[in-house]
Design a protein around this ligand. Structure first.
Ligand code: MG
Length: 337
């Protein structure tokens, strides 16, 4: 098993602005694992809020002994080994896990979704995120989002209603809202939830600080719209804690250390009666295809990475009727440009 990797700066079409910050590119690590003539591809997206960088990820990889990873892959053991090296670093652990699943699919001549008994016929529509911007740019972005059937909006600033009104002036598509912990007062938050409900919003992510369980739970309890925990739910152990606080969870491969643990989180959430939104980071087709392989097991999908980037080194996967189309190619079905 040979692991190699290179840093890659993923450029964004528009500056990405959420409640707390703005940026124009995202550092990635593109990773490959070679084994007996097969190559599996993986990706780590180092979004700043998870605290990882190319430096920390490279340092982590320098400590991985690839002879510890043996085929057939025991993902529980592999993840245990990686977690033992160091806690955190979920992004680069995800890159390894994604590459191993791609590799396994290729060795066994099966698409990755089959490895999880995920049925492409159940693929949910993917939303497209419209970041915080001037009304002119927001309108332009909405017009460019024609292929997507759902729009996701980042809120959490003073002009939230203005942004929604701007979108509603040109589109009546269903909306997902992500407050990214940006609301400070639960009563004002709930007023906003009711207003958003009237505007056709069908789910709301992380209204308040992930540490304020009581306020998030109070909003969930009183909200007509499902409230979804995102920043509050990183890995498997967080799923149980989400019960009673949120109505659903946002699972992302970069938070959960990859497909194996995301799958476990999805199954656990269902057992607990929680809904599941599968999300993504700023990322290429590689991580998005890994997420899309699991998306049919989820209630909603927000896998818009490839739409928001300028220099994706891979082809965009096929997209039809607002949904990713999974190919029956072995592994992830990733195609280079
Ligand atoms: Mg979110």
């Amino acid at each position: 098993m040979k692991i190699s990797y290179k840093p890659f700066e993923l450029e964004l079409k528009y500056p990405f602005t959420i409640a707390r910050f703005s940026r124009t590119s995202t550092p990635l690590i593109l990773l490959e694992i070679n084994y007996e003539g097969f190559t599996g591809y993986g990706e780590a997206s180092m979004v700043p809020y998870l605290g990882e960088s190319v430096q920390t990820a490279s340092y982590f990889l320098s400590k991985v002994d690839s002879s510890q990873i043996k085929y057939p892959f025991n993902y529980a053991e592999i993840l245990f080994y990686l977690d033992e090296i160091q806690s955190g670093n979920s992004n680069i652990k995800a890159a390894i896990d994604i590459a191993l699943h791609d590799l396994q699919g290729k060795i066994e001549n099966q698409p990755c979704y089959s490895l999880f008994r995920s049925d492409p016929l159940n693929m949910p529509a993917t939303s497209l995120t419209i970041g915080i911007d001037t009304p002119e740019i927001v309108i332009q972005k909405v017009k460019e989002s024609e292929d997507c059937k759902i729009i996701k909006v980042k809120l959490g600033r003073d002009n939230d209603k203005e942004l929604i009104n701007t979108i509603r002036s040109v589109s009546d598509k269903p909306l997902y809202v992500d407050a990214n912990q940006g609301w400070a007062d639960k009563h004002q938050g709930l007023d906003m939830v009711h207003w958003l409900h009237e505007q056709g919003v069908i789910l709301i992510e992380q209204p308040m600080s992930k540490d304020d369980l009581d306020s998030n739970a109070w909003i969930t309890e009183n909200s007509p719209v499902p409230i979804i925990g995102d920043e509050a739910v990183q890995r498997y152990a967080d799923v149980e804690k989400a019960k009673g606080v949120y109505r659903g969870i946002n699972v992302k491969l970069m938070k959960s250390a990859g497909m194996y643990e995301s799958y476990r989180m999805i199954i656990k959430a269902k057992e607990l009666g929680l809904k599941v939104l599968i999300g993504c980071m700023s990322e290429t087709s590689c991580a998005t295809l890994a997420g899309a392989a699991l998306a049919p097991l989820c209630d909603w999908a927000d896998l818009d990475g490839p739409f928001l980037t300028r220099n994706n080194p891979y082809q965009n996967p096929e997209f039809e009727n607002g949904k990713w189309v999974l190919s029956d190619a072995p592994g992830l079905g990733l195609v280079f440009r």
